[in-house]
Design a binder for this molecule. Structure first.
Ligand SMILES: C[S@@+](CC[C@H](N)C(=O)[O-])C[C@H]1O[C@@H](n2cnc3c(N)ncnc32)[C@H](O)[C@@H]1O
Length: 266
C-alpha cells in the first residue's frame, strides 16, 4: 500500500473513480469503512440541523454527492425541492439508478433505517415512505465542477435556502486558498441569509477507492474556520470529533468536522 498521494486531477477522477468500488469500500452494509463513526457523526448532525436547528426552506442544493444519497435523508423532510449533483457522469448515473429504483441500484436501506430511527419511527412502512419522499423531492441531478467560478455553468441555478456537501470539497483542491475560493463561489448559489452545511474529514492526505488512491487536501480545524471566515460566512457551529476507528489501508484522516454557517443577509 502506498501513502504517497500525487494530486488527483479532474481527468484522474473521470478515468479512475469507480462508484461501485466507492460504495463497496465505504458504504456497503457489511464491509463499508464509513458505516459506523462517520455515518453516525454525519447523520446525527444533519438530523439536528434540519429539525431542532430549524434549517428548512424551498430549495436544498447538494454539492458533490458522489454516488450517495445518505446525506439527503434528513433534509428531504425540511425542503420542498432538492437539486443533487456530482462532477462525474458515472456517479450521476448511480444517483439516477437509485432514484428510478433500478434493480442494480446501490442499497441504502441500512442508512434509511438509521435516519428513521433518529426521527423516532423506523418501522418498514416509515422507511419506505422516507425513500419515496426523497425520490419525489429530488428534481434534478446536475453536473457540478468546483474548479469553475460558476460550478453549474451553463445551467442557471436558483439560489438555495441551504447548500450541503459531504466529503467533497477537499477532493479537487490543491491548497487551502483554493478551498476558500470554492467556498466563496458557493456563496453565489445561496440566498442572502441562507445556510451552508459542510461535513468532511481533517488532516487527510489520501483515500482509496478499491485499488486506486486519490489525493485529499489535508486541512486542520483552524484552517476550516479561517476559510469560512475569509469566504465571508458567519459560522453558526463548528464541531470536530476525533475518530477512533483508524483504517490506514483505506485513508489517513484523524477526525471529522461539521460546519453550519450562514451567508450574511447583506
Ligand atoms: C470522497 S467522494 C465523496 C462522495 C460523497 N459526497 C460522500 O459523502 O460519500 C469525493 C467526490 O468529489 C467529487 N469531485 C471530484 N472532483 C470534483 C470537482 N472538480 N468538482 C466537484 N466535485 C468533485 C467526486 O466526483 C466524488 O464524488
Amino acid at each position: 500500500m502506498s501513502t504517497e498521494s500525487p494530486f488527483s486531477s479532474p481527468q484522474t477522477y473521470i478515468d479512475e473513480f469507480d462508484p461501485v468500488d466507492y460504495y463497496r469500500t465505504y458504504y456497503h452494509p457489511e464491509e463499508g469503512s464509513l458505516i459506523g463513526e462517520w455515518l453516525e457523526f454525519a447523520l446525527q448532525n444533519l438530523h439536528e440541523t434540519f429539525t431542532s436547528g430549524g434549517v428548512k426552506g424551498d430549495l436544498l442544493i447538494d454539492f458533490g454527492a458522489g454516488p450517495a444519497i445518505y446525506h439527503l435523508l434528513s433534509g428531504c423532510e425540511a425542503f420542498n425541492n432538492i437539486i443533487t449533483s456530482d462532477f462525474l457522469e458515472q456517479n450521476r448515473t448511480r444517483l439516477q439508478k437509485w432514484l428510478r429504483k433500478d434493480p442494480d441500484a446501490f442499497d441504502w436501506t441500512h442508512v434509511v433505517k438509521r435516519v428513521c430511527e433518529l426521527e423516532g419511527n423506523s418501522d418498514s412502512e416509515s422507511c419506505k415512505k422516507k425513500e419515496e419522499t426523497l425520490r419525489k423531492k429530488v428534481t434534478k441531478v446536475l453536473k457540478c465542477d468546483a474548479l469553475k467560478e460558476n460550478p453549474y455553468d451553463p445551467v442557471k441555478m436558483p439560489q438555495a435556502d441551504c447548500l450541503i456537501s459531504c466529503l467533497c470539497l477537499e477532493a479537487p483542491c490543491e491548497d487551502v486558498e483554493y478551498f476558500t475560493n470554492i467556498l466563496r463561489n458557493l456563496k453565489n448559489l445561496i440566498k442572502p441569509g441562507g445556510h451552508i452545511v459542510i461535513q468532511s474529514v481533517l488532516n487527510c492526505t489520501y483515500y482509496y477507492v478499491g485499488q486506486k488512491m486519490f489525493s485529499c487536501l489535508s486541512i486542520s480545524k483552524e484552517e476550516v474556520e479561517m476559510a469560512f471566515e475569509e469566504a465571508g460566512y458567519e459560522i453558526v457551529q463548528l464541531k470536530v470529533t476525533t475518530c477512533t476507528e483508524k483504517q490506514k489501508d483505506i485513508s489517513n484522516y484523524d477526525s471529522y468536522y461539521f460546519v453550519h454557517a450562514r451567508k450574511p443577509c447583506s
